[in-house]
Ligand binder design. Structure first.
Ligand SMILES: [Zn+2]
Length: 195
């Protein structure tokens, strides 16, 4: 298989973005969920380069069972972010790849061979899982389980992949880290006034 249009780096980044965005479509704290309907799922897929460039092999419009399966995959992906250690993360990722019927393949990106995953399944969630597998394996093998983070804001449980140099990232976004900074500042001012 030849991916003419982009590099393997891009492919991996798109896979990681897809994983993070898919998990974050659900915010249990605010009871929000962007993919409760087939339309919501179709919209999500159309917004992601990893799934809107034809790589889904013309699966067509998602079905109700696709929706259910993608929501299940989303929970499985979140579990990987909550894994206690490398062993657990590896076990969870291996299960996701096995369930998807994903097999390792060599693909040529800009004439250079790379390992990625593919499934013969016509099921949308399995295709998604195979795409996600590339990003998950990349992060875990190259970066370690510490790279998989969950926002430490009290009002957010969004996940992220920590690409900082010293694995110091604690929030999903600048919105959350700013909010936390403001709260900490207020707390300090209050403590000062009391003393
Ligand atoms: Zn957050």
């Amino acid at each position: 298989m030849i991916f003419d249009n982009y590099s393997f780096e891009t492919f991996k980044e798109q896979s990681v973005d897809l994983i993070v965005d898919l998990v974050n479509t659900r915010n249990p704290i605010e009871d929000m969920d962007a993919i409760t309907t087939i339309d919501g799922l179709a919209q999500f897929l159309s917004e992601h380069p990893a799934t809107n460039d034809g790589s889904m092999g013309g699966l067509g419009r998602p079905s109700a069972s696709d929706l259910k399966a993608v929501r299940r995959l989303r929970s499985e992906l979140r579990e990987v972010f909550h894994a206690a250690d490398e062993d657990e993360a590896a076990r969870l990722v291996n299960a996701i790849l096995t369930n998807a019927g994903a097999v390792p393949r060599i693909a040529f990106f800009e004439k250079t061979p790379h390992l990625y995953f593919e499934t013969d399944s016509k099921r949308l969630a399995r295709r998604l899982a195979a795409i996600a597998g590339v990003g998950l394996v990349e992060v875990l093998v190259d970066g370690g389980v510490d790279r998989l983070g969950t926002c430490c804001s009290e009002v957010c449980v969004d996940v992220f992949v920590d690409t900082s140099k010293n694995k110091s990232r604690r929030h999903c976004s600048t919105t959350c880290s700013n909010r936390q900074n403001v709260a900490a500042h207020r707390e300090r001012s209050r403590a000062k006034k009391k003393s």
